[in-house]
Design a protein around this ligand. Structure first.
Ligand code: SF4
Length: 407
């Protein structure tokens, strides 16, 4: 996590209303030079100032298009660090991308440290040995640092999002950048979210490490967690040989708070009201996803609730600010939406971006200073863009299929 100096007392003393008014004035003053992006998990008073809202990749793609149309000079990304890096890599080089609070990182992205990934790659290949008849293809969720994306791009892999992870899995299993040869073994290293990796592997019919623990029938798991804190990921030689999908030991601290028992409680509570549908994000654990009715990306969650019939009840397992906003909008159509658990399921790093920091970043721009610019060097952005481009080429060739209904 980067260090953000404290703001001057002036910002702390302002009321929410005064902050909102001052931000609106700065936006008007900066005009088309400025584009503000707001991630879906942002708090309401910040999202109210956004020109564009969306999930991380959608925002970066929209920003790339919009910044050219509007001749934008500055993008202020109200999200977290890796999102600003992606925006910097996808937008023209003369556009400055700004993160209003440098300490807004992503705990999941930080769990895959570049040096640890290099070590894992070397150990994995050492354990597989020179006679291994195949390739390991790395895939990284976009929720990763630019350095990890660069590693993946330089080693024949691709990025994925939660809406196209299955498509990228398929691409990699088919051989990725080179078609799979007859008899060639393909193994995947999935970074940094073990849950998205495992849930996707399960949808492909792999016997996961969680399935193996639950069934305890001796059937060997085809997925295994690679824990960088231990030599060889903490895996035995046999596990390394037998595993098809190595899952990096990373997770989202928000989505891991949802538990299968929350689903049982919600179903019980709504048993006399015609039942409740459970809709969760694939960053939740396999145990939660297995019990849910629907699983899909943030955009899928938004579409599903927007299409829900009046009178229906929904429990949604994702970040609380997004669910609260959805619940408010859905209530106007007679759709009852609540969060899956009343645990405080909030992205605390995203929450660091508040109106105070947004105003400060805009004040700096108005004074001719670019504060907190996030800039990815060419030697990193070139291979990282390769990984992003392979994903975008896959989506362009065939848009992702609708997320699955879990029965
Ligand atoms: S919700 Fe989870 S994955 Fe998303 S930014 Fe926050 S910590 Fe990272």
């Amino acid at each position: 996590m980067l260090w953000q100096p404290s703001l001057s007392a002036k910002y702390q003393a302002m009321s929410d209303h005064d902050l909102a008014r001052a931000i609106a004035q700065r936006r008007a003053q900066l005009g088309n030079d400025l584009l503000i992006l707001g991630h879906h998990y942002q708090q309401d008073d910040v999202i109210a100032h956004a020109d564009l809202t969306g999930d991380s990749l959608k925002l970066s793609q929209l920003a790339a298009e919009e910044s050219i149309k509007r001749a934008t000079k500055y993008i202020v990304f109200c999200g977290v660090h890796f999102m600003a890096e992606t925006a910097d890599m996808l937008t023209p080089s003369d556009v400055a991308v700004i993160l209003p609070d440098l300490s807004a990182g992503c705990s999941m992205a930080d769990m895959a440290d570049y040096d640890d990934v290099v070590t894992a790659w070397e150990e994995l290949h050492e354990a597989l040995g020179p006679d291994f008849p195949g390739r390991v293809i790395p895939i990284t969720y976009v929720n990763s640092t630019a350095a990890v994306k660069a590693f993946v791009g330089a080693h024949g892999g691709a990025c994925c999002t939660s809406s196209n992870a299955a498509q990228i899995f398929q691409w990699a299993l088919n051989g990725g950048t080179e078609p799979r040869r007859n008899g060639e073994a393909i193994k995947l290293l999935f970074l940094p979210d073990q849950h998205l990796g495992r849930n996707t592997a399960k949808a492909f019919g792999f016997h996961t490490d969680v399935d193996a623990q639950l069934a305890s029938n001796g059937k060997l798991a085809e997925t295994a967690v690679w824990d960088p804190k231990h030599d060889f990921g903490g895996l035995t030689d046999q596990q390394i040989q037998k595993t098809t999908v190595y899952l990096w030991a990373g997770h989202c601290s928000v989505h891991k708070l949802f538990r299968p028992e929350h689903i049982d409680e919600a179903r019980q509570q709504f048993a006399d009201a015609g039942g409740i549908r459970i809709l969760v994000h694939p960053e939740c654990s396999q145990e939660v996803v297995d019990k849910a009715d629907f699983v899909g990306s943030t955009e899928f969650i938004l579409r599903t609730i927007n299409d829900a019939s009046p009178g229906s009840h929904w429990a949604v397992g994702t970040e609380m600010h997004l669910v609260a906003r959805l619940a408010k909008q859905a209530a106007e159509r007679g759709v009852n939406v609540r969060i899956l658990s009343d645990c405080h399921c909030m992205c605390t790093t995203m929450f660091r971006i508040n109106q105070q920091h947004l105003l400060w970043a805009l004040d700096e721009l108005a004074a001719g200073r670019v504060a907190n610019q996030i800039s990815v060097s060419d030697d990193v952005s070139e291979p990282a863009r390769l990984a992003l481009q392979r994903m975008l080429d896959n989506i362009a060739a065939a848009p992702p299929a609708a997320p699955q209904l879990v029965d």
